[in-house]
Design a protein around this ligand. Sequence first.
Ligand code: NAI
Length: 259
Amino acid sequence: MGTYVVTGSASGMGAAVVSRLREAGHEVIGVDLREAEVVADLSTAEGRASAGRTVLERAGGRLDGAVLAAGVGPMPGREELIAAVNYSGVVELLEAWRPALAAAGNARVVVFSSNSTTTVPAVPGGVVRALLKGDRARAIRAARRMGKNAPAMVYAGSKIAVTRWMRRNAVTAEWAGAGIRLNAIAPGAILTPLLQKQLSEPEEAKAIESFPVPVGGFGDPAQIADWVLMMLGPSAGFLCGAVIFVDGGTDAYFRADDW
Ligand code: NAI
């Protein structure tokens, strides 16, 4: 049985992944703002550093896998928070945990991306480039030029940037060469507290409900957890740098020929 770390373990898809891993007999170190083995605020540099360190101590320097599910949705005026949790809260933790993942010899990482990476129009390239350079302030300035769409631009931009970071690193000697498989899951609208919060805002609810979902309805966190478990398991040995869309067909609807 292995030792896995899951961020965003207290709610939604992260919590569903924790349940599945524990049912399968694995040890899980959850990281979240509350109700977790490691309580840390990933929106701050200190919180990220402390989560990085504390998880390594608890895991004894060896991790069989990591699932980066902590994230926040688009919220007006909270662009810095969105960028810090969704981008830095993934990249800085993975950099801190890389030696422990390499120590396992055959580790698996699943990053939570989103189908907003391909379905949200006109995300400024400057937001993504600045995040990849670690310049959140510049990313936020670029997003704010989009007026009231700034939170959606930072949200989608943070998910594009973290997915690019994953794909660029997945194929390198440091990651693939160290036996670590880096992959991402890109969910569509999944009924979790994050989506419920968005649905409680009338304007956002209208936008979400009018979005085309060919199979209809919303996804279920437990279904996403099953995909993540597959991506953590032996069947994923040849999966490297992939982005798995589980979104009811929205990505295919918008760009059937573009893959
Ligand atoms: P959720 O809101 O149910 O769970 C997210 C968890 O992250 C919460 O437990 C929360 O406390 C934790 N978190 C947030 N900020 C944090 C911080 N500063 N420090 C530590 N932990 C923090 O959300 P859900 O829906 O399960 O989302 C999981 C991931 O999936 C997120 O990265 C989200 O962006 C992504 N996603 C969600 C979609 C959806 O429709 N629900 C669609 C596409 C992607």
